[in-house]
Ligand binder design. Structure first.
Ligand code: NAD
Ligand code: MG
Length: 396
């Protein structure tokens, strides 16, 4: 009998976090849970901490400390609150850490987890977009193992021919196209947060769902792929595939394309990362090709989805451009969710912010990344507040 592994889930109350707990719940031997973190959903966090007898439960919101403490009274689970406590939780010894906090807020905790040198199952793509080389350098320095959980990058990881690395020709990221795939630009201009959050295939957190509607999610994934697989920007292609069954593909010099497929269920990628390097049965539906009958592919429309063009510009610029891109995107997303700007204004705000902040220096220290992230948020916010961007707000 092998020793149970120690697992930590950062962002345990989110969409990826809950799917991760479902994989851990079924694992044999049952893992020990070092730490679980969340933010606003204190009841959900406390229930998970009780179920898994977590050693530590942390809410990122300091105002929720007493509530979490009361919810876990008498359980033996330690309780803490605040962003610093989340970083401390990530530092607790663990063999396997799921990094599933949403946004750049995940960067410091994920880095703290990496310092231990265990397995980092990475859902938080923003780490790679904002801090790319610095993040990978820290992973390498600590001897940690990075396993991509984003379904596309997990697919590429599975399809990579490691004995013929030099023959890798291109990476084909599939995109569902989101809920507005077939909408006109005029209709998109009037889209509400409720419409943008309703993803056709994947059940995800609100922010990544809206990022799928703008295709900012795919834009982040292009940058993520460039860093993870060390390819040139022009080797990263996007193909729209509405069924979300082909999770992504790798093309080789001889013209072969290797695809990884599965039903659209994040427990594929999470379970893969938990079981790696083994493959074990997972609680996911099997693909029924006869029922599927067909798979469709089409070129993305960069006119309606300018995020894809912006991602190419960010990859070409390199350095701190990724931190600015993600920071501006997060500020624009908040403004759209608050109905202060319209749907198409998100890309306009990001583009205008990048234009203001260019040229971008190389990222030498993490402090540079955090500073540019903050500067980009402030710049996007100023553009929105002054009305320079945001004439398309839908006031509901
Ligand atoms: P979610 O919104 O459902 O959950 C986010 C989690 O992060 C929650 O546990 C929340 O409490 C926590 N959190 C939010 N703000 C925080 C803060 N400031 N500090 C600390 N914790 C905070 O999001 P999700 O859909 O689970 O996505 C999580 C990450 O995984 C994102 O980076 C997303 O891009 C990535 N991802 C998600 C999916 C998916 O299917 N949901 C697929 C691929 C990648
Ligand atoms: Mg993805």
């Amino acid at each position: 009998m092998t020793e149970p592994r120690r697992a930590t889930v950062l962002g345990a109350t989110g969409s990826i976090g809950r799917s991760t707990l479902d994989i851990l719940r079924r694992a044999e031997p049952r893992p020990r849970v070092a730490a679980l973190t969340g933010m606003g959903n204190v009841a959900g966090l406390a229930a998970a901490a009780r179920e898994f007898r977590a050693e530590l439960a942390v809410t990122a919101d300091p105002a929720r400390y007493l509530e979490l403490k009361a919810a876990l009274a008498g359980t033996g689970t330690e309780v803490a609150a605040g962003p610093e406590a989340v970083v401390e939780a990530a530092r607790r010894p663990a063999d396997w850490t799921m990094a599933a906090i949403v946004g750049a807020a995940g960067l410091a905790p994920t880095l703290a987890a990496a310092e231990q040198g265990g397995v980092i199952a990475l859902a938080n793509k923003e780490c790679l977009v904002s801090a790319g080389e610095l993040f990978l350098a820290e992973i390498a320095r600590a001897g940690a193992t990075l396993l991509p959980v984003d379904s596309e990058h997990n697919a590429i990881f599975q399809a990579l021919d490691r004995d013929n690395r030099a023959a890798l020709d291109r990476i084909l990221l599939t995109a569902s196209g989101g809920p507005f795939r077939a909408w006109s630009r005029e209709r998109m201009a009037r889209a509400t947060p409720e419409e943008a959050v309703a993803h056709p295939n994947w059940d995800m957190g609100a922010k990544i769902s809206i990022d799928s509607a703008t295709m900012f999610n795919k834009a982040l994934e292009m940058i993520e792929a460039k860093h993870l697989f060390d390819v040139r920007p022009e080797q990263v292609e996007v193909v729209v595939h509405p069924q979300s069954v082909v999770h992504s593909m790798v093309g080789y010099a001889d013209g072969s394309v290797i695809a990884q497929m599965g039903t659209p269920d994040m427990r594929h990628a999470i379970g893969f990362a938990w079981n790696w390097p083994a493959r074990r049965a997972l609680p996911v539906e099997r693909l029924d090709f006869a029922r599927l009958a067909r798979l469709d592919f089409e070129a993305p429309d960069e006119g309606r989805f300018p995020a894809l063009r912006l991602a190419r510009e960010v990859m070409a610029a390199g350095g701190l451009a990724g931190a600015a891109f993600n920071g501006a995107k997060e500020a624009a997303l908040e403004a759209f969710m608050a109905r202060r700007i319209g749907f198409l204004d998100m890309a306009a705000a990001v583009e205008a912010t990048l234009a203001r902040l260019a040229p971008f220096a190389p990222a030498e220290r993490l402090a540079d990344v955090f500073a540019l992230d903050a500067e980009a948020r402030a710049t996007a916010e100023a553009l929105i507040a002054s009305g320079e961007v945001g004439k398309g707000a839908v006031l509901a």
